[in-house]
Design a protein around this ligand. Structure first.
Ligand code: SIN
Length: 507
């Protein structure tokens, strides 16, 4: 019987675990928090999928490719949108109660850069929490072993293939195959919508094991995190329902950047927000949802409504302050369409993986779908054998990346390392807007920190390693594309005459 360890317990990890177990594998899920303590649980907007006869997979594929600036792998996009409806049906069968309209059909929301309303949601804006609960219950009742509060220290390599994992604390779990589904690395940045656990653990472990990574320069910044109190996402679905973004003068500025205004692709809106903030001395822009009314806001967005009110704001009466924040990593561990990495025995799925499905920028609400579709494929692949326990069949070839820039010398004036210093550095130099001199500075500071022999927590070491690769990738890609915006090489969307000042980003 194939023994599989799945690291991570969000939608990708649990779907992979269920598929592997249902296909006869002995599966253990390892997670560093509680089973439900995941990025998935925080997801508000929903799951994009073609469930309406009036919609088409071609339309969903087109929107996905447009958001990704055409850098997507079309085969991965076809898999995502083509298998999406099947995974939705499977989630429903596992107990996910997507919201329904009066006629019993799925209620479908509109989000930015979608041609039609195709985003399914649950509990209004508690989609991730609903999915997490249902999949967690399914994993428990399938008899899958769950190891909570168990932090991955490293992958175990034996004869050139992954043969298990070591946990913090010294315990070793042997496995024929390991599936990494640890999510992204939002904690690289001073402002993020991600929970504290998003420290790039799987990507860092894969790097140490010699796996190829790609597209790490493509970090998505969400346009609207609450700018008051602890970071909190205000879903794009709020704009999908008609909320607008206004500056201090009450002017809707998003149309300056794109004809779709507030529903333009996410990177366009995020930069429009940052630009408007710069023009008002860093003061947050405002999301005006007053037209929706108190009743509709509370019913459709109960989670956001509570968070807004906890902060002493009444969004039914006045616009609320919002700011961009790091949200999602399009790059990651290179995989084929079945989750195989370049290291035999090692698989990755969800935000940890780079399938090429998102290109340079992810379409709204394609992330839960990605976790379900590619998690299922990874679980099925380990069960089929693939390379698990059967030798050395290497998987996917590394993706062609821009030629790396020459390495920089470690900075002599690097500040003392701390998590906060790393996050500030990344926000200032490798955030929404980048340029050669800022990226070179970041590379120098990261090199200095990496050369130190200082004791660091596993998570801090992981963040430092992933940051180094994000900055290297951003230095190498000397053009602006999708979420990777270089002020020294502006694209057509932001003319050279209106560069984004760095001060805009220091909120
Ligand atoms: C949101 O609800 O705005 C986030 C959904 C996503 O990241 O796709």
């Amino acid at each position: 019987m194939t023994t599989v360890v799945v690291v991570g317990s969000g939608i990708a990890g649990l779907t992979a675990a269920l598929h592997a177990a249902e296909n006869g594998c002995r599966v253990t899920v390892v997670t560093k928090g509680a089973l439900h303590d995941t990025n998935t649980r925080w997801a508000q907007g929903g799951v994009a999928a073609v469930t309406d006869p009036a919609d088409t997979v071609a339309s969903h594929a087109n929107d996905t490719m447009t958001a990704g600036a055409g850098l997507n792998d079309p085969a991965a996009v076809d898999v995502l949108v083509g298998e999406g409806p099947q995974r939705i049906a499977e989630m429903v069968a596992r107990g996910v109660a997507f919201d329904r309209a009066a006629d019993g059909e799925f209620a479908r929301g509109l989000e930015a850069a979608h041609a039609v309303a195709r985003v399914l949601h649950a509990g209004g804006d508690a989609t991730g929490a609903e999915i997490q609960a249902a999949l967690g219950a399914a994993v428990r009742s399938a008899g899958i072993v769950v190891r909570e509060h168990a932090l991955l220290r490293d992958l175990v390599l034996r004869d050139g293939r992954v043969a298990g994992i070591d946990l913090d604390g010294g315990e070793r779990l042997d496995a024929d195959a390991v599936i990494l589904a640890t999510g992204g690395a939002g904690q690289l940045y001073a402002h993020t919508t991600n929970p504290a656990g998003a420290t790039g653990d799987g990507i860092a472990a894969a790097l140490r094991a010699g796996a190829a990574v790609a597209d790490l320069e493509f970090v998505q910044f969400h346009p609207t995190a609450l700018a008051v109190g602890a970071p909190f996402l205000v879903s794009e679905a709020v704009r999908g329902e008609g909320a607008t973004l206004v500056d201090d003068a009450g002017r809707r500025f998003c149309f300056d950047a794109h004809p779709d205004g507030e529903l333009a692709p996410r990177d366009v809106v995020a930069r429009a927000n940052a630009r408007a903030m710069a023009a008002q001395n860093g003061h947050p822009v405002r999301l005006d949802a007053t037209a929706l009314g108190a009743q509709r806001l509370a019913a459709r967005f109960p989670t956001i409504d509570a968070a807004v009110r906890e902060r002493g704001l009444d969004w039914a009466r006045e616009p609320i302050p919002v700011t961009p924040a790091a949200h999602y990593l399009m790059g990651g561990v290179v995989t084929d369409l079945d989750g195989r990495t370049t290291v035999p025995g090692l698989y990755a799925a969800g935000e940890t993986a780079r399938t090429g499905v998102h290109g340079a920028n992810r379409l709204a609400s394609n992330s839960l779908l990605e976790g379900a579709v590619f998690g299922a494929r990874a679980g099925d692949a380990v069960a089929r054998g693939g390379d698990a326990g059967t030798g050395r069949r290497p998987a996917v070839a590394p993706v062609a990346e821009p030629a790396p820039e020459p390495a920089v010398e470690p900075a002599a004036d690097a500040p003392v390392f701390s998590r906060a210093a790393l996050q500030q550095l990344m926000w200032a130099e490798a955030g929404l807007v980048r340029d050669a001199s800022g990226l070179d500075r970041a590379a120098g500071v990261l090199a200095a920190w990496s050369a130190e022999h200082a004791p660091r927590s596993i998570e801090d070491a992981n963040l430092l390693l992933v940051a180094t690769h994000v900055v290297a990738a951003a230095r190498a890609r000397g053009v602006s594309v999708g979420a990777h915006f270089r002020s020294d090489a502006p694209d057509a969307e932001t003319p050279a005459s209106t560069p984004l000042p760095q001060e805009a980003l220091a909120c």
